[in-house]
Design a protein around this ligand. Structure first.
Ligand code: AMP
Ligand code: TRP
Length: 325
């Protein structure tokens, strides 16, 4: 890793197929930033375990994220890539953070409150999710964390936890900054809500052409007729055009405002552009799928380096809290 470069770290939860919200909101930034920073991209499998209790699926999705990372262009020679569960220091540090964090503070968590509101059976892991995430980040003296808007509160929890630890035990952890690209901070899904695996409103990043077409044509719009003026800012189809229709945006905007394009035609254009964008990524992923050993080896090698780095930090932490004799 380079000398004097800042450290960038982010993670993705293996809970399903990645979607274009994940890609444009976070993963695309990973690729763009991997050379500018010393970078760590890991797979948050213990975070996925808070809600996913199917071992076959968890393993499949975990390898899946590794393939996704490689297919979009993350390079294990430039960035450290590993899975969280291979590095015991993450859960160890999360426990230490549990012991200095007040219950009422974590009760403010959006993710926890959402799960409660849905009357789901909330696991202790879901409640404690922010502490494991704080450990993921703080363990490596991270400077910058590229994420979508929905992770902003988790970043604040990580900063607060670093400050609390530093106050109690002396200067130990850096305060990380979020890196949120505002235009893509919250990509809308087929129903207009935030695109999310848990809302079942996604366009998977590696969808095939038929699936892309079917999903794009099912995007919910208002009922304005073909010849009525439309507000591009209020339309989900247009919001997705912003991601994949760069060269046509001005013209589309004009046609929306003049009322010379219907939603059906707008969706057809979007489907075409989305297919063009997805094809090379899908092809690359297919090649990688055929030799999963490559991805598994990359994870194993990444884990070895991450274990060493994290163990150094943990020595300091154990000494500071008083468990090292
Ligand atoms: P997850 O799959 O929940 O681990 O999310 C991976 C990354 O994608 C995180 O940085 C999220 O903030 C980001 N993300 C998820 N959904 C969206 C969305 N609809 N728009 C923008 N970013 C998103
Ligand atoms: N909570 C993140 C998400 O749902 C995933 C994640 C876990 C993460 N640990 C992290 C992201 C550390 C950035 C840094 O998307």
């Amino acid at each position: 890793m380079g000398i004097g470069k800042k450290l960038l770290l982010s993670g993705v939860k293996p809970t399903g197929r990645p979607h274009i919200g994940n890609y444009f909101g976070a993963m695309k930034q990973f690729v763009a930033l991997q050379s500018e920073y010393d970078s760590i991209f890991f797979i948050a499998d213990y975070h996925a375990l808070t809600t996913l209790h199917d071992p076959v699926k968890l393993a499949e999705y975990t390898l899946g994220v590794a393939l996704d990372y490689l297919a979009i262009g993350l390079d294990p020679k430039r960035a450290l890539i590993f899975k969280q569960s291979d590095i015991p220091a993450h859960t160890e540090l999360a426990w230490i953070f549990n012991c200095i964090t007040a219950m009422p503070y974590l009760l403010r968590g959006h993710a926890y409150k959402d799960a409660e509101a849905k009357n789901e059976e909330v696991t202790v892991g879901t409640f404690d999710y922010p502490m494991l995430m704080a450990a993921d980040i703080l363990l490596y003296d991270t400077d910058v964390v590229p994420v979508g808007q929905d992770q902003k509160q988790h970043l604040e929890f990580a900063r607060d936890t670093a400050e609390k630890f530093n106050r109690l035990f002396g200067e130990t952890f850096k305060l990380p900054e979020p890196h949120i690209v505002s235009e893509v901070a919250a990509v809308p899904g087929l129903d207009g809500r935030k695109m999310s695996k848990s809302y079942d409103n996604t366009i998977p990043l590696f969808a095939d052409d038929d699936e892309i077409e079917r999903l794009v044509m099912s995007i919910v719009t208002d009922s304005k007729g073909e010849r009525e003026p439309k507000d591009p800012a209020a339309d989900t189809v247009f919001a997705l055009h912003r991601l994949v229709s760069a060269g046509q945006l001005d013209e589309l905007k004009k046609r929306y405002e003049e009322g010379t394009i219907g939603y059906k035609e707008s969706k057809e254009i979007l489907a075409e552009n989305m297919k063009k964008f997805a094809a090379p990524l899908r092809e690359k992923r297919r090649e990688l799928e055929e030799k999963p050993e490559y991805a598994k080896d990359a994870l194993a090698q990444g884990a070895e380096v991450a274990r060493k780095k994290s163990e150094e930090k943990m020595k300091e932490v154990r000494r500071k809290v008083g468990v090292a004799l």
